[in-house]
Design a protein around this ligand. Structure first.
Ligand code: NIG
Ligand code: FE
Length: 391
């Protein structure tokens, strides 16, 4: 039998377990304890009622939250784009063209370099409380380079996304239809075995609605499930297409019509908001309040990538969402944990309830509200992943 550990003396425990309360979606327990058995949560409740265990850890009156679920990142890349950021912050706007700079650097990198870069950002994210992450290809854009990116990612996470349709690479600039044929043919054949998801950057300057539909449908026929980069830079067909194809998530959702908001509220597609991108491109914030009031499910993620959002910090994104997107601290915490799990169609992460993975963060604060109240302060002091303390 695996050994059991109780983490006790928790001032505020966020479980995201709706069975604990009719009125509190965070399933908050005060003066709480959580019991871990092997890699799973075995019990949560008031500390005074905790069952006997092999080991005991004192949380010192701190808060415990589920580990963050970062359901959108682009971490298989080489180089950075400091110059582009510097220029943009000095007055030049952001376009999709910069992606090609990272494509050139990524193609030129060795496997070992890509792997080292990926693990560096993963460690950085884990220290800040991220215990589940999704990541994508999209900086290779050849059959070999896309398959290689997915192989490298799959060694670190189950949540791997094929994004061969990130932009049309320069060698296909004169014939984008031929690139779509490659993505839906030979590239998909090489990539499908290494991925769970397929994604398209559906945007002016990248792929239009018809191209996106063809790519997502081809991926679905190969067993990949759709998710879509939608409505980031302008209004467009991405969100409607995502809902129509029952994509797990429509990501960005910065420019939404009323019909887009209605579609998200009525469909099963999560609206994943990525405030790091708006921060780093000085763009308009996505309107989380409007989506929540309409009844849509909202997730928060980093979009960590070297161009539009070079942050691995879920606490930072959560603070932005509270400050600038109309979310309450409770909603933002839920969206960064349970919301991310929904966007990955998972129920074994993003919550601390019996049977879920024992993935959690201890905050050097008495409650989760401090994540937004004390922005920029490294409050995550302890992280447990699959029942093991990792820092
Ligand atoms: O999610 N929108 C498309 N892709 C990324 C940007 C990637 C880049 O600029 O390198 C995003 O923001
Ligand atoms: Fe992205």
């Amino acid at each position: 039998m695996s050994s059991s550990t109780v983490i006790t003396n928790i001032a505020t425990l966020i479980t995201n377990d709706p069975s604990l309360s009719d009125t509190d979606p965070l399933g908050t327990v005060r003066n709480a304890a959580v019991v871990l058995e092997g890699d799973r949560v075995a019990w949560t409740g008031e500390a005074s009622k905790a069952p006997a265990t092999d080991n005991r850890v004192d949380a010192g009156g701190r808060a415990v939250i589920p580990g963050f679920v970062d359901s959108h990142s682009h971490l298989v890349f080489a180089g950075d784009r400091t110059e582009e950021f510097h220029a943009r912050m000095s007055g030049r706007p952001y376009g999709a063209g910069g992606i090609r700079t990272t494509v050139a650097a990524t193609r030129a990198a060795t496997d070992a370099e890509l792997e080292a870069n990926l693990t560096r950002y993963l460690r950085e994210a884990l220290r800040q409380g991220t215990t589940t992450f999704e990541t994508k290809s999209g900086y290779g854009l050849t059959v070999e380079d896309e398959a290689r990116a997915l192989r490298i990612a799959a060694a670190h996470t189950d949540e791997v996304t094929f994004l061969g349709a990130h932009v049309v690479p320069p060698e296909f600039a004169e014939d984008p239809a031929a690139y779509v044929a490659l993505v839906t043919g030979e590239m998909l054949d090489a990539c499908a075995p290494h991925a769970r998801w397929i994604d398209v950057f559906c945007e002016k300057g990248a792929f239009d609605g018809d191209q996106a539909r063809a790519i997502l449908t081809a991926g679905r026929a190969r067993g990949l499930r759709p998710r879509v980069h939608a409505n980031q830079l302008t209004y467009g067909p991405g969100v409607q297409l995502a809902v129509e194809l029952d994509a797990a998530s429509a990501d960005h959702c910065t420019h939404l019509t009323d019909a887009d908001v209605d579609a998200l509220a009525q469909g099963g597609t999560v609206a994943t908001l990525l405030p790091g991108a708006e921060f780093s491109t000085r763009a308009q914030w996505p309107d989380a309040r409007r989506l929540l009031d309409a009844g849509a499910t909202v997730a928060l993620s980093t979009d960590c990538n070297p161009g539009s959002s070079f942050t691995s910090s879920m606490p930072f994104c959560l603070a932005l969402a509270v400050r600038d997107m109309g979310m309450t601290p409770d909603e933002a915490l839920w969206s960064a944990t349970a919301g991310g799990a929904r966007a990955l169609r998972r129920d074994d992460v993003g919550r601390l309830a019996p049977g879920a993975y024992a993935d959690l963060a201890v905050l050097d604060a008495p409650s989760h509200v401090h994540l937004a109240y004390r922005p920029g302060v490294p409050l995550v002091t302890e992280v447990w992943h699959r029942g093991v303390r990792v820092n």
